[in-house]
Design a binder for this molecule. Structure first.
Ligand code: EPZ
Length: 419
């Protein structure tokens, strides 16, 4: 298994081009199941998760053609309506095929995704939404068996709390339903807007995406389109935080700075300088101290849970005490013991972590525990004295395109070692 080896202590300097967003690309890929015409996605990130979802789509008879930075998917006919356990358990986003297959074929059998390292992550909201649209749902031997003999019907759905996945899944199911669907308390993430824009380009009638109330007028048929995936706000935030943590100056290009409105003031409060122009963001810190900043994760437009671990890596080196509260997932602090192995002083109590900043981190052997935690260990390793080895990097490959190349181009002494 590969590991990432970092020699710390070198400031970052250079430019990083941000890839298309993993968490948008995965849902846009699923949208291909809704039409018998080709869907072409551009600005596609090349990631383990997107390749994996490509295999799952092929299982349904979709012809997947992979180009450089683009991906064409053609679901002319669905040759299967089943997503087996082996293809769903490895990636939770696979579960979102249920709604589109059900909408198009009026039946679907999809394995339940199961829990994952960051929490139990149930799918009750997804299933309740499909039931509200008239689906009959049975759970049997770890599978969701769903049918809607006359097709799905529009419904008013009020989510008890905000869920990105359930909002997207409901949109994907409702576009071909008969009549109007209204989603109340919907998630407002940029990835939801991206999905709505793509579906509308395919002929759907969705309004209000990006707001709490989304309305979908069902249509009979969707067609193909060519659509560019939105830049990855989490990748951009990760590199911005890396620059602030390690020091130096990094310019981010192909970035949507407006999608990180919650991050910029916090980075500035921590002592880094953020300069934005129309197409890029420059993050700099030159020898000035890092200040402690308290933060809590929230649904968009709040501070993203997917940047919590990276923010914590920065706080480990602050000149004071900070508190980070994780409100979205119940078990997303597994990076804390790993950061502690590098000399960080962190105490976790329930959903809060208290971080007492230390003047220095020291290189150590650490283990990636999930995708975003891996990125926090890399930033800590680049800021630390000595050598850090990050193991289990397959987590990283799920969601960061060429991270060691992008950071290496900014002067980081980082390499991938095959074991
Ligand atoms: C998406 O997960 C992202 N994944 C996550 O990114 C991200 O952390 C999360 O949204 C929050 O922003 C993808 O887009 C593929 P949720 P999702 O439904 O949709 C609970 C990464 O590192 N819940 O908004 O699964 C759930 O357990 C990943 O890229 C239910 O209880 O997140 C969680 O506590 C990790 N029942 C909360 O809601 C449900 O039916 C929010 O989850 C659905 C969710």
């Amino acid at each position: 298994m590969d590991k990432i080896v970092i020699e710390g202590g070198t400031p970052l300097s250079g430019q990083i081009s941000i890839s298309g967003a993993k968490n948008s690309a995965l849902k846009l890929m699923v949208a291909c199941l809704l039409t018998d015409e080709p869907l072409e996605l551009t600005n596609m990130p090349n990631l383990r998760d997107t390749r994996f979802l490509g295999h799952l789509l092929e299982n349904f008879g979709v012809k997947v053609t992979d180009g450089v930075g683009n991906l064409t998917m053609h679901a002319k006919t669905l040759t299967s309506t089943t997503a087996p356990y082996d293809l769903v358990r490895k990636m939770r986003a696979s579960f979102n095929v249920l709604g589109p297959v059900l909408a198009r074929a009026h039946k679907a059998k999809v394995s339940l995704p199961g829990g994952c390292a960051i929490g139990a992550r149930p799918v009750d909201l997804h299933l309740n939404a499909l039931k509200a649209m008239g689906a009959e749902i049975e759970l049997s031997e770890g599978y969701v068996i769903a049918s809607a003999s006359g097709g799905l019907k529009g419904a008013e759905i009020t989510f008890p709390f905000i869920s990105v996945g359930a909002t997207e899944h409901s949109m994907l199911a409702a576009v071909l339903a008969k009549g109007e669907t209204v989603l109340n308390n919907a998630a407002r993430e940029p990835e939801i807007v991206d999905l709505a824009n793509c579906l509308n380009a395919m002929g759907a009638k969705i309004s209000g995406a990006g707001r709490s109330e989304v309305t979908i007028q069902g249509v009979k048929k969707l067609g193909g389109t060519k659509f560019a995936v939105v830049p990855d706000r989490i990748e951009a935030g990760t590199y911005a935080l890396a620059a602030a943590t390690v020091g130096g100056a990094v310019r981010l290009v192909n970035v949507r700075s407006d999608h990180l409105g919650s991050l910029w003031p916090l980075i500035a409060q921590a002592g880094a300088k953020v300069t934005m122009d129309e197409n890029s963001v420059l993050v700099e810190r030159h020898g000035t101290p890092i200040h402690p900043v308290d933060v809590e994760t929230q649904a968009y437009p709040g501070f993203p849970t997917d940047l919590q671990a990276q923010f914590m890596a920065m706080m480990c080196l602050a000149d004071g005490v900070s508190i980070i509260r994780e409100n979205i997932f119940e078990n997303r602090f597994m990076h804390c013991p790993e950061l502690s192995r590098m000399g960080a002083n962190i105490t976790v109590s329930g959903r809060e972590a208290i971080i007492r900043g230390v003047p220095k981190l020291k290189g150590a052997q650490v283990m990636a525990t999930d995708l975003r935690a891996s990125a926090s260990l890399i930033a800590a390793g680049m800021a630390a004295e000595g050598t850090t080895e990050v193991g289990r990097v397959y987590h990283l490959d799920r969601g960061f395109e060429q991270i060691e190349v992008k950071l290496g181009n900014c002067g980081a002494r980082i390499k991938r070692v095959k074991e």
